[in-house]
Design a protein around this ligand. Structure first.
Ligand SMILES: NC(=O)C1=CN([C@@H]2O[C@H](COP(=O)(O)OP(=O)(O)OC[C@H]3O[C@@H](n4cnc5c(N)ncnc54)[C@H](OP(=O)(O)O)[C@@H]3O)[C@@H](O)[C@H]2O)C=CC1
Ligand SMILES: CC(=O)[C@@H](O)[C@H](O)COP(=O)(O)O
Ligand SMILES: [Mn+2]
Length: 392
C-alpha cells in the first residue's frame, strides 16, 4: 500500500521536488493532502495533477476561486487558517513541511502535535520556536526528518551515532551569487542579481537569504535545535560546488561527509523513503570525476554581515533567533519590492535586533514565539516607515 503524503507548500519549489519524487514512485507514495498560500489556481492544478483528496489554501479570500477550480473533480477543499491547520493534522504517513517563512510554524506544529512524521524544509519553524518544537516532538514521540539539504546530509552521516560522539558539525554554503563580489558591488546589487542562485531554483525568500548568507545563519540555528548541539560546535564552510552538504567531525577526529549532486529531489527522496530507500534515476548519481575540483573557504563576515548577525543570535539564543528571523522576512520583502537596497537587509535586521533583543523573554511555547515574531515585524516595519533604510 502507498504511503500517504501531506504536502504543505505544495505549489512551491520544495513542493515541486516532492511531487517529482512521488510521481517517480507511484507504487510507494501517494499525495493525499495539499496546502498552498495565495495562488488558488496553482493549488487546484497541483491537487488535480496529484489526485489529492483535500486541498487547503491559507488565503481565505481565495477560497471561492479554489472551490470553483475544483468543482466536479471530487477533491474537497477549504480556505483560511483553520483549514490549513486541519489539513496539516489530517491522518497521513508523512507531512512535508515546506511553507515559506514563519508562516509555516503553526501548520508544522499542528502536524507535530497530531504525532505525524515530519519532513522539515521549513527551517523558520526551528529558528522561531526551536526549543518548543523539539520539546513537543520529544513529548509526543514525533519524528522530524530534516529535508533542508545540509541537515539531511548531517542526519544521514550521523546515523545511529549518539550526539555525544560529535565534536563538530559543519554546514557548507554556496556563498551565493555574490561570493566573489567586492563589498561596493554587493551594495548596489539588484533583486534580479540576488535571485540568481548558482545551484538551486528555489523560492524568492530563501534565494535572497542565500545571497545575503542569512540562509546559512538560519541553518546554523536550525541545526542547533534539530541535533541538540551547542552553538560552538557548529561551523560554516563556503563550498561553491555544493557537492558536500555537511561534515560531521567525531570526537576521535574522524570526519564523515554527506555528499550528493545539488538537487533537492535527493533530500526529498531520502525523507520520503526513510523506511526503505527509493530508487533515483541515473542522472541524479554523483560522478566525482566530473565535478572535481571541490573547493572550500571560510565565510567572509564583513561582506556578508547577515551571517554575523545570525551567529550573534545563535549565541544569544532566547528570543534573539525569532527577532532575527522576523526582521529578515520584512527586510527581504522590502528589498524585493524595491524599498531598500541589498545592504538594507542586514542593516534593518541589526537595528531591529538591537532595539528588541534585551527586552523580549525567550518564547516558552508557540504562542510566545508568534508574539515575539509579531512584535519584531511591527518594529522592523516601523523602522522601515521612518525611511532610514530607503534606497537612495
Ligand atoms: N527551495 C529549496 O530548495 C529549499 C527550501 N527550503 C525551505 O523550504 C521552505 C519552502 O521554500 P520554497 O519551496 O523555496 O518556497 P516557495 O516560495 O517556492 O514556496 C512556498 C510555498 O508555501 C506556500 N505558502 C506561502 N505562504 C503560505 C501560508 N501563509 N500558508 C500556507 N502556505 C503558504 C506557497 O503558496 P503560494 O505560492 O500560493 O503563496 C508555496 O506553495 C522554506 O522554509 C525554505 O527555507 C529549504 C531547503 C531548500
Ligand atoms: C538546497 C538548500 O538546502 C538550500 O538551503 C541551500 O543551502 C541554499 O544554498 P546556500 O544558502 O548555501 O547558498
Ligand atoms: Mn539548505
Amino acid at each position: 500500500m502507498s504511503r500517504l503524503v501531506t504536502l504543505l507548500g505544495a505549489t512551491g519549489s520544495i513542493g515541486r521536488s516532492t511531487r517529482a519524487v512521488v510521481a517517480e514512485n507511484p507504487e510507494r507514495l501517494k499525495i493525499d493532502v495539499v496546502v498552498g498560500g495565495r495562488d488558488a489556481a496553482a493549488l487546484a492544478r497541483v491537487a488535480v495533477e496529484t489526485g489529492a483528496r483535500f486541498a487547503a489554501l491559507a488565503d481565505q479570500a481565495g477560497g471561492a476561486a479554489l472551490a470553483e477550480a475544483l468543482a466536479g473533480t471530487g477533491i474537497k477543499c477549504g480556505a483560511g487558517r483553520s483549514a490549513v491547520l486541519d489539513a496539516a493534522a489530517m491522518p497521513s504517513d508523512i507531512v512535508v513541511s515546506a511553507i515559506s517563512g514563519a508562516a509555516g510554524l503553526e501548520a508544522t506544529f499542528a502536524a507535530l502535535v497530531a504525532g505525524r512524521v515530519i519532513a522539515l524544509a521549513n527551517k523558520e519553524s526551528l529558528v522561531c520556536a526551536g526549543a518548543a518544537v523539539m520539546a513537543r516532538a520529544h513529548q509526543v514521540g514525533a519524528r522530524i526528518l530534516p529535508l533542508d539539504s545540509e541537515h539531511n546530509a548531517l542526519f544521514q552521516v550521523l546515523g545511529a551515532e549518539p550526539i555525544a560522539s560529535v565534536s563538530k558539525m559543519t554546514l557548507t554554503a554556496s556563498g551565493g551569487p555574490f561570493r566573489t563580489w567586492p563589498a561596493e558591488r554587493i551594495a548596489a546589487a539588484t533583486p534580479e542579481q540576488a535571485l540568481a542562485h548558482p545551484n538551486y531554483a528555489m523560492g524568492a525568500k530563501i534565494t535572497i537569504d542565500s545571497a545575503s548568507m542569512m540562509n546559512k545563519g538560519l541553518e546554523l540555528i536550525e541545526a542547533r535545535f534539530l541535533f541538540g548541539v551547542e552553538a560552538d560546535q557548529l561551523d560554516v564552510l563556503v563550498h561553491p560546488q555544493q557537492i558536500v552538504h555537511g561534515l560531521v567531525t567525531f570526537r576521535d577526529g574522524s570526519v564523515s561527509a554527506g555528499m550528493a549532486v545539488p538537487d533537492m529531489r535527493i533530500a526529498a527522496a531520502h525523507c520520503l523513503g526513510v523506511d526503505g530507500r527509493l530508487d533515483a534515476p541515473a542522472s541524479r548519481f554523483l560522478d566525482l570525476a566530473m565535478t572535481a575540483p571541490l573547493s572550500f573557504e571560510r565565510p567572509d563576515l564583513v561582506r556578508f554581515p547577515a551571517l554575523r548577525l545570525a551567529l550573534a543570535a545563535l549565541a544569544a539564543s532566547g528570543a534573539a533567533p525569532a527577532i532575527l528571523n522576523a526582521a529578515n522576512e520584512i527586510a527581504v520583502e522590502a528589498f524585493l519590492a524595491g524599498r531598500i537596497g541589498f545592504p538594507g537587509i542586514p542593516a534593518l535586521v541589526e537595528a531591529t535586533c538591537e532595539a528588541l533583543a534585551s527586552g523580549l523573554a525567550a518564547p516558552e511555547d508557540i504562542a510566545g514565539a508568534l508574539a515575539v515574531d509579531h512584535e519584531a515585524r511591527n518594529h522592523a516595519r516601523l523602522l522601515l516607515s521612518q525611511g532610514r533604510f530607503a534606497v537612495t
